[in-house]
Design a protein around this ligand. Structure first.
Ligand code: AMP
Length: 276
């Protein structure tokens, strides 16, 4: 595996691949890699001749400096993880080279003022700004994103439709621990007790979802979701609601919906979404 830290070096390897007409799959990550990322890599390896993974903790998508600074970083492990998963290139550029003091942010216009966009203002502007840089540097054939960050996936789908028409987006289902909670880099910040509480909460959600009739309309399901949340021992939550999984509206029935949530365990913010 090649570990490349600067853009010009990366581009000379990539152009050798492109000259040989190799298809390139790209998996963007913020590191602290786990089985969720592993599944994206696996899919890319199935679909392409070469797979490139980037590790870049993007300061532009964090609203608080503290959250950025305490985001899990796990370099040695990540290198081994990528080697074990037979990644061809690990790209790990510096913030200085990516942003070159450019403070301009692209403005996301899709799926606005709901879910994470409502509670993390500007977060998705930071996400598409950095992806714009990486997409134009790497020029891969395909790019891989997880359903775990479902609103992000929908926003990037639109962004690619608008600006990178020849790039194929491949989405990968959420990978979960046996106990049901999704793999997430932020899980590393939970204590044992917080993890157990989170697992218990997840089990209750599953039972709650199973208790709903598929023909129930989303609005009524959301009244029940409110009642359900009143009974939970959660430090704080931003949202806990059903939305239509095509357009993220409140239109339709539970069978067309996903349950989206962002909750806090202590200071750790955890998001997930579950297909009903
Ligand atoms: P992150 O490193 O958290 O920015 O995530 C990088 C990519 O991995 C994103 O496309 C995420 O949606 C995806 N991802 C994160 N966790 C999971 C998971 N548990 N299952 C599938 N994909 C995931």
């Amino acid at each position: 595996m090649l570990i490349i830290k600067d853009i010009s070096n990366l581009q000379s390897y990539l152009s050798a691949y492109q000259n040989r007409k190799y298809s390139i799959g790209y998996v963007p990550t913020m590191g602290a890699l786990h089985k969720g990322h592993g599944e994206l890599i696996k899919q890319s390896k199935k679909d392409n001749h070469k797979t490139i993974v980037s590790i870049f903790v993007n300061e532009k998508q964090f609203s608080s400096k503290e959250d950025f600074e305490t985001y899990p970083r796990n370099k040695g492990f990540d290198y081994d993880f990528c080697i074990d998963n037979e990644v061809d290139i690990l790209f790990e550029p510096s913030s200085e080279e990516i942003f070159k003091n450019d403070e301009t942010l692209l403005k996301n216009k899709n799926f606005k003022d709901i879910l994470c966009d409502k509670f993390r203002r500007g977060h998705f502007d930071g996400v598409i700004t950095v992806l714009d840089k990486f997409f134009s540097i790497i020029k891969s054939n395909k790019v891989y994103f997880g359903e775990k960050d479902y609103q992000q996936l929908k926003i990037i789908e639109k962004f690619i439709e608008e600006k990178y028409k020849s790039l194929d987006l491949v989405s990968v289902p959420t990978q979960r621990h046996e106990e049901g909670i999704a793999y997430s880099s932020r899980n590393e910040k939970l204590s044992k007790k917080q993890t157990q509480d989170f697992v218990d909460f997840h089990k209750k959600i599953k039972n709650f979802i199973i208790s709903l009739e598929e023909s129930l309309d989303i609005e009524t399901a959301n009244h029940r979701a409110n009642d359900f949340m009143k009974l939970q021992d959660i430090d704080k939550f931003d949202y806990f609601e059903f939305r239509n999984d095509t357009d993220l509206s409140f239109v339709g029935t539970v069978s067309q919906a996903r349950l989206f949530y962002a909750i806090y365990k202590g200071k750790v913010r955890l998001i997930d979404n579950l297909k009903v």
